[in-house]
Design a protein around this ligand. Structure first.
Ligand SMILES: Nc1ncnc2c1ncn2[C@@H]1O[C@H](COP(=O)(O)OP(=O)(O)OP(=O)(O)O)[C@@H](O)[C@H]1O
Length: 282
């Protein structure tokens, strides 16, 4: 299932232009990250996909179909949505928070509970935690439940709006790893919003760097962003200019080089990238 933004703009009723002439294709089964500082239109773009926001002009298509004519509630049932603060219902047990989505999609009570337990396991939680209320879980655990709930309708598309923004850095790394693992297994089409460059590099197959007003500074793979930033703005954002980010190229298993960041995280393979620096070991 692919998503296409076709020349979309959004001006809110008070005159704020949040997005201007934005076009992008998101291939099925890949993860795209919208990266940028506060107020640059990331959330506005994300919410256009499930019609929580309708564009002022332009079109959003899912599988070549303009979603302007889709019923918003039915559309949202087949698109998972995970937010920064898990958005769990505080007065319902964890298991019921996940099972509710399944019930809404027509599952019987027993079946919904069983599947909800499986989903807790998928996101790395002990299903026994399902008996607790959300406030009895840590922030990181609550976010995992949020992801489980996002996956509950078995959506092809998963929208994630700074889902790990409110947890501490170590838990955040763990959640990113877990999401990577889930993505390898389930191969959803993920649209992920963050203002954290490391998170974007770790999770995105493609990254869209936005400036204010939804203007695109650069679109590309993590490797393209760090080896060939389009301009000073991107270079600064990526942290290349002030030495916050250093790159290493190590020989890959077959041909070519694997480029890693200073934490040793692989960013991609270097080979035929125009403008890429010559690989140098060490
Ligand atoms: N309902 C609204 N009415 C008016 N202006 C809005 C509304 N929602 C968002 N905006 C404005 O549109 C711009 C883009 O907002 P948006 O939430 O899409 O940005 P963002 O990049 O997701 O920011 P953040 O990282 O802070 O969440 C901002 O200037 C914001 O103030």
């Amino acid at each position: 299932m692919g998503i296409e933004f076709r020349d979309v703009s959004k001006t809110y009723p008070d005159g704020t232009q949040a997005v201007r002439d934005f076009s992008l294709t998101i291939p099925s089964h890949t993860a795209t990250v919208f990266l940028g500082s506060s107020g640059c239109g990331k959330t506005t773009l994300l919410r256009m996909v499930n019609r929580m926001v309708d564009p002022s002009s332009g079109q959003v298509l899912i599988d070549d179909e303009d979603i302007a004519s889709a019923h918003p509630v039915r559309l949202r049932r087949r698109i998972g949505y995970v937010m920064q603060h898990s958005g769990l219902l505080p007065h319902r047990k964890v298991i019921d928070n996940v099972a509710t989505v399944l019930r809404l999609n027509g599952s019987g009570r027993t079946e919904a509970r069983k599947r909800a337990e499986e989903l807790l396991d998928v996101v790395g939680l002990d299903p026994a935690l399902g008996k607790r209320y959300p406030e009895q879980l840590s922030g990181g655990q609550q976010q995992r439940v949020g992801v489980a709930r996002g996956l509950a309708g078995d959506p092809n598309i998963l929208l994630m709006d700074e889902p790990f923004g409110a947890v501490d850095p170590l838990v955040r790394l763990e959640l990113q790893k877990e999401l990577k693992r889930i993505q390898t297994e389930l191969r959803k089409t993920i649209v992920f919003v963050t203002h954290d460059i490391d998170e974007a590099l770790a999770l995105g197959d493609q990254i869209v760097v936005l400036k204010s007003g939804g203007e695109v500074a650069q679109m590309g793979t993590p490797l393209e962003l760090v080896t060939a930033p389009a301009d000073d703005f991107v270079a600064q954002f990526v942290g290349l200019e002030d030495g916050r980010r250093t790159l290493k190229a190590v020989p890959g298993e077959g041909r070519g080089w694997v480029v890693t960041d200073s934490h040793g995280r692989p960013l991609g393979m270097l080979g035929d990238l125009p403008g890429a620096p010559a690989p140098a070991e060490g």
